[in-house]
Design a protein around this ligand. Structure first.
Ligand code: GRF
Length: 203
């Protein structure tokens, strides 16, 4: 399977997926890594792994629609079976989301449907939650609202700050994202309308 990964930042989830492809855990290959920011550290990781990279800055496009058209053109050069959002910090247009329906995954640092949007770790702490976590989901028009495939939970400790909690959640992100990508590449995972199914079973 051909996978295109979109990033904006550190790319630690990208790294987990790179490693899982190299070890054979994911039966697929990363055809390209595309970033909207030239200084995204994930580009260094991708280059070190010998992957093809591209920077497509949103700043040179007049609006979100135009950017997303250019982004889709860049992605489609690689004819991906799967597009993986790994810390890609942009809201995508409905046209973009529809184009990749059923083959667009995201990871979000909360136990969805809790804490859609930003600052999830601080919000979990502020609400005195005893547990927090991350979710891998198919992307739909609703921001952070698509069908969830897999979640991992972590405890929240009384002395946690957003940073310590984020670190605990990140460890789990690096476990569950490669696992979900593996399922997809094994043809076991599908999106049917607003449901995610693994081996035909609704998740
Ligand atoms: C992760 O916390 C992910 O859940 C969120 O953005 C962050 C990306 O981290 N969507 P990294 O760039 O993979 O290190």
């Amino acid at each position: 399977k051909s996978i295109v990964v979109l990033i904006s930042g550190s790319g630690s989830n990208l790294q987990a997926i790179i490693d899982a492809c190299s070890s054979g855990f994911i039966p697929g290959r990363i055809s390209a890594v595309i970033a909207n920011k030239a200084n995204a550290y994930g580009l260094v990781r991708a280059n070190e792994a010998g992957l093809s990279t591209q920077v497509l800055s949103h700043k040179t496009y007049k609006d979100r629609e135009q950017y997303d058209i250019a982004l889709a053109d860049a992605i489609d050069q690689h004819q991906p079976d799967l597009v993986v959002l790994a810390g890609f910090m942009r809201i995508l247009t409905p046209a973009f989301v529809q184009r990749y329906h059923g083959r667009l995954l995201n990871i979000h640092p909360s136990l969805l449907p809790k804490y859609q949007g930003l600052h999830t770790h601080q919000r979990a702490i502020d609400n005195n939650d005893s547990e927090h976590g991350c979710s891998v989901h198919f992307v739909t028009d609703e921001l952070d609202g698509g069908p969830v495939v897999l979640q991992a939970k972590v405890p929240v400790f009384s002395d946690d700050d957003a940073e310590s909690l984020a670190e605990r959640v990140h460890e789990q992100e690096h476990r569950i994202y490669p696992l979900v990508v593996r399922w997809f590449c094994q043809n076991r995972l599908q999106q049917h309308a607003d449901q995610a199914r693994l081996d035909g079973q609704v998740l």
